[in-house]
Design a binder for this molecule. Structure first.
Ligand SMILES: Nc1ncnc2c1ncn2[C@@H]1O[C@H](COP(=O)(O)OP(=O)(O)O)[C@@H](O)[C@H]1O
Ligand SMILES: [Mg+2]
Length: 250
């Protein structure tokens, strides 16, 4: 099957500014198949957001090759960007803007005219339970609604690949479950999904393939089922802690 994402020997060193030089990615290799539901796991500071930021051309890589649906991010970043919908880790919409405008403005970045965007936004907002709030300034939304707005915004240009960077952080159980249902449906309908999360149960429930990164290096990259079986079907959380070496060094 074609690859949605193909990353080879990716390195990223943060330099400059007042801070120290940080070698965030130390030769990462990663393949995500088209149609996959892929979990990227790792502790804080492991390099997950850095990988995502390179994929989406938000930051430049130090070296390595990155292809999105067969196109290099070096040769055609605007094309690769149109394939990706990103739900960033932090809320980053204009809080004074109304829900509908946030989505329509985003569509504008992809050249989708306002009238078309309004039409396209309707089913997305309905699916995510935000339709009634479309004229509400985003600062008046609950935390869970803000999360869903981030997802709606990421979907307005119908990306083939949806990347969610800790979308359920601080989200209550009920909303988390409804988000799972939504993401499963998106995936069943053909959208490739990459998810980073701290909720390992979530990764276990949703993902077909899993990668674990620690200190800028990929430690595991295999089908979730096989990975669990290889570890005597222990809970993913326990295996994860073993893999990243927590409690072993002391
Ligand atoms: N803009 C930046 N400047 C300098 N260092 C950074 C920057 N962004 C991230 N880092 C560092 O890179 C490493 C990986 O960070 P990140 O990709 O955000 O990890 P994760 O998303 O897995 O928590 C960390 O050591 C982090 O402090
Ligand atoms: Mg992160």
């Amino acid at each position: 099957m074609a690859s949605a994402v193909s990353v080879t020997d990716l390195r990223k060193t943060y330099t400059g500014g007042k801070g120290p030089t940080v070698e965030a990615l130390k030769g990462v290799n990663l393949t995500v198949a088209e149609g996959d539901f892929f979990a990227l796991l790792g502790p804080n500071g492991a390099g997950k957001t850095t990988i995502i930021s390179v994929l989406t051309s938000l930051i430049t890589k130090t070296s390595g090759t990155v292809e999105v649906f067969g196109t290099s991010i070096d040769t055609d970043p605007s094309l690769t960007k149109t394939h990706i919908g990103l739900v960033p880790q932090e809320f980053n919409f204009n809080i004074f803007e109304k829900v509908e405008n946030i989505i329509v403005n985003q569509a504008g970045y992809y050249g989708i005219p306002r009238g078309q965007a309004l039409k396209d936004a309707e089913p997305i907002l309905k699916d995510l339970g935000l339709w009634e709030k479309r004229h509400t300034p985003s600062q008046q939304l609950s935390g869970g609604m803000k999360r869903r707005l981030m997802i709606a915004r990421a979907l307005i240009h119908h990306p083939k690949l949806l990347i969610l960077d800790e979308p359920t952080a601080g989200v209550d159980v009920e909303l988390r479950r409804s988000m799972w249902t939504f993401l499963r449906k998106m995936n069943e309908e053909g959208t490739t999904i990459i998810l980073t999360t701290h909720y390992l149960e979530e990764a276990e429930q949703l993902a077909r393939n899993v990668a674990i990164i620690n200190k800028g290096q990929i430690l595991v990259n295999e089908p979730m089922q096989g990975f669990l079986e290889r570890h005597d079907n222990k809970k993913l959380e326990d295996i994860y802690l073993e893999v990243i070496g927590v409690g072993e060094a002391e």
